[in-house]
Design a protein around this ligand. Sequence first.
Ligand SMILES: Nc1ncnc2c1ncn2[C@@H]1O[C@H](COP(=O)(O)OP(=O)(O)OP(=O)(O)O)[C@@H](O)[C@H]1O
Length: 651
Amino acid sequence: MAQHEPEPDPQVFDDDRVASLEAQFAAWKEQMEIDMDKQSKVQESIKLYETKNAALEDSITEYKRLLEEYKTNVADLKSLNSTITMELDNVKRSHTYELDDLRRKCQNDMQDVCDRSKRELERSRNENKDIVDKVERELKAEIDKLLKSHKDELQTLEKRLKAELEEERGKRQREKHDVQKEFDSELRAAKLEADTKERENQLLQGELTNTKSELDRERMLRNALQGQLTNATTSNLTLEASNKAMKEKIDFLESDSQAQSSAYNELHRRMEEAFAIAEAAQEKLRQEETLRRKLHNQVQELKGNIRVMCRVRPTHDSEISPAKIGFPDADTDSKEVAVQGPEKTSAMGTNITQTYAYAFDRVFSPTSQNAEVFEEISQLVQSALDGYNVCIFCYGQTGSGKTFTMSSADGMIPRATAQIYAEATRLQEKGWQYKLEGSFVEVYNETYNDLLGRSEDLDKKKIEVRHDAAKKQTTLENAVSVPLDGPDRVEEILQRADKNRTVAATKANMRSSRSHSVFILKLVGENSVTGERSEGTLNLVDLAGSERLDHSKAEGARLKETQNINKSLSCLGDVINALGSSKEGSHIPYRNSRLTYLLQYSLGGNSKTLMFVMVSPLQAHLQETITSLKFATKVHNTHIGTAKKQTKASG
Ligand SMILES: Nc1ncnc2c1ncn2[C@@H]1O[C@H](COP(=O)(O)OP(=O)(O)OP(=O)(O)O)[C@@H](O)[C@H]1O
């Protein structure tokens, strides 16, 4: 069994216990001192914390106050901000309205001035011409009539007077002769009688008185006869006076015709004046034409040098499953198109469709006609006449309506050339003479082909493209260029190009879809009156189908074609991108494809560019449609520098 040590008795204080208690006490004391020390430290800390707490509370109060102040400031700033935003919106809106008004006013003024001047000129020309013709005719007829009637009157009068005079003279002569004869015979008889009476005087004194009285009677008779002779002479004199009066009348009538000829001279003078006014009006018109060109191109520059428009073609009767394409602002601006994407299943398992919205400078819905589309581009066509390089191209997948828009019978090419021809003819009266030349080339497999050359030469004849950097003009060596001397020539050009392409096409290869065609119209104008000269180019481009073909399914010639199309279209995108992002003078990759090389001077800062993105309305083409619209949006967001007109004084 184990021995237990006895428990110490608490009442017994031996030395060991005392020592242990003392040690314990010392330890407690030490501990207490430490605790006291700690307590005083804690109390000090508490005091410190209390001081800090008070300071913190002060700070919190200060912060709260500052926060309140800050909130008030924020509220003030917010309301100031919204006021400024509102004001900014108002200013923006009013500026937009002002700009629109200014633009509209400019266009209206310009139109008014042109119309007024035209009407004025036309009216004064017609008036003058009519007045001059009428007056000339009337005067001539009047003068002829008067001269004829005067001549006739004169002749009749002369004849009558002569006859009367002759008759009167004859009558008087005869009367005189008779009287003289009578007198002579009477005198002879009287003499005889006097002789007899003389002889008888001596014999018959009484009879003498009788004879004398008879003689007196005879004398009286003679006097009477002489009186008659005097009367005849007086009447002769009267007739001569009336003859003179007649002559005076003739002179008067002749002087009247002089008055008419001075009236004619006056009219001639007025006509000269009218011609001078017409010439001044024409000069004014010429000046207004120069002003119109300036204003027109300012408006074009305001619209931007690269514009993008979208056209959705209608579905044909044979086509089913149309895509859901909407035109949200068709009733107002017509600038938006919204395409409903393919149906997808969400993470929650529900079917969803996404709508993609795009905005361009103009969107044409399927109901739009070529005439409506041309209205939008006609102003750019006008710019080509004014000396700018203009490039209009159609981009889109095969069958989206590019060729319909560009080259159909009422497409952009025939319409543009007709407008240019009409405008060039109209400008002749303002002193402009234009030389218009058209060529039509195709870029196929990175080679240029002449669509106006002989069909057997297609793919064989080599065309060289030459650039004149100073004039910013491009020439095609070895390509046929046709002078556009009448509006019908374009139909001939289109037919020839179409024939060449058809000859080149094979069953497996629809050439029109696999090549880019470029219609190039050169417009060189000279104004003999003002000495101005302008050189512009209009390029109308129908691009190859933009659909991404599956390389894996293409082989041989088809693969090469596909690669070339993809390359040239992406080069076109690169050039536009570089033009939009680069500084002046930096590198633009025109040389990377034949298409961009050809269009070099019609895509840069010196030109005005318009891209039509053509859209097929079919659900089956939806993916291509979205790709095309994305590409077009990228182009639309590009800003290209201000165009420069190719004008210089001739000589
Ligand atoms: N706006 C439209 N109105 C009526 N028909 C149209 C319109 N646009 C295109 N079409 C018709 O749609 C068809 C395809 O058009 P088009 O040949 O112009 O397409 P494309 O894009 O030029 O094709 P490809 O690249 O093969 O040349 C043609 O029959 C054309 O007449």
